[in-house]
Design a binder for this molecule. Structure first.
Ligand code: UTP
Length: 316
């Protein structure tokens, strides 16, 4: 029998929705020394939650139920954070502090499991992702870099997180997706930069990706930020990816090898990204979240104003 043409045009491909999210948190975090001598960068708080919690919430909201943390031997704090804290729970329960109890119980919602794998040596982001292979297996998966904090408000994309937006897109195309945002040309040397075909303002197939190009060599000013939906084929490519920029095994280099084999889209998400891997980004995120906070907003606003007024006084 002959299928009606409309059916052929409109039937969505039957594609797998991502269920697993990888959090590479085995970096050294040198930019935040001395704090990161003992506190992993991912545990630095923005108002009341550590960076890792924001990324976990975004992955869970996107539909992920298996969270894979790639850590190293110094990062016990990350594993401890997601572990059950029996004594603390008992104390809060006895003290009748139901709200706080709920907060610590919900670091991982019911039905979501955390798996920890170690990266023995910090050989780069690509290598960290490869360490998650035994847990991820042969299905598409997400990668989230927790130091890229992406803020989505209810008024933007209905409050859907950046990863959820990307997962929807990847499910429609059947390919991989990489989050991008526009950056000033002078900053291309800090990012992976992509060139795209048919970019429609939100998404387009990537034709070229380069790690940290100089502004005069950058193919565009669309920069990759820390959210990816990747085909499992990336693992085979990472196995043979040599050391690239900065002597590290780069995820960007493996994605470049994936381009001729499979569709990889650049996806410009709705939301505001704060680069919490830098001092200023962490400060900016703190200011914004405080100003947006249900209980703290007014007080935060007036203390910031006071600080500006006082510090702005020119001493003569
Ligand atoms: P960064 O480039 O931000 O490096 O890594 P870093 O070590 O965390 O921080 P600085 O630059 O020294 O201050 C990007 C992401 O990749 C992870 C990091 O934890 C971070 O989430 N990563 C990097 C690894 O998991 N393993 C690595 O070998 C390198």
């Amino acid at each position: 029998a002959h299928r009606p043409r409309e059916f052929i045009l409109t039937a969505p491909p039957a594609l797998t929705r991502i269920r697993k999210a990888v959090f590479p948190v085995a970096g050294l975090g040198t930019r935040f020394l001395p704090a990161t001598k003992t506190v992993p960068k991912e545990m630095l708080p923005i108002v009341d939650k550590p960076l890792i919690q924001y990324a976990v919430d975004e992955a869970v909201e996107a539909g992920c139920d298996t969270l894979v943390f790639v850590t190293n031997r110094y990062k016990h704090a990350v594993a401890d954070y997601f572990d059950k804290a029996y004594e603390l729970e008992q104390k809060l329960e006895k003290a009748g502090k139901a709200e706080q109890l709920e907060l610590i119980r919900n670091v991982l919602p019911p039905g979501v499991r955390a798996v920890f794998v170690t990266q023995a040596e910090a050989l780069g982001l690509g290598h960290a992702v490869l360490c998650a292979r035994p847990v991820v297996g042969d299905e598409p998966f997400a990668v989230l870099l927790p130091d890229d904090l992406i803020w989505t408000r209810q008024s933007v994309a209905g409050g859907q997180g950046a990863l959820g937006q990307m997962a929807d897109h990847a499910q429609r195309t059947g390919g991989s997706a990489v989050a991008v945002q526009d950056v000033p040309r002078a900053q291309t040397g800090s990012y992976g930069i992509v060139a795209t075909e048919d970019f429609d303002g939100q998404a387009g197939r990537i034709s070229q990706i380069v790690e940290k190009p100089r502004p005069e060599e950058a193919p565009s000013n669309l920069a990759v930020v820390g959210r990816y939906v990747l085909s499992p084929r990336i693992f085979d490519l990472l196995e043979t990816t040599g050391r690239g920029s900065g002597g590290e095994i780069q995820l960007t280099d493996a994605i470049a090898q994936l381009l001729p084999l499979e569709r990889v889209d650049a996806f410009r998400f709705h939301g505001t990204r704060f680069d919490c891997g830098t001092h200023l980004g962490l400060i900016e995120a703190t200011v914004r979240y405080a100003l947006d906070h249900e209980l703290l907003s007014d007080a935060a606003r007036s203390l910031m104003q006071n600080a500006l007024d006082e510090m702005g006084v020119v001493e003569t």
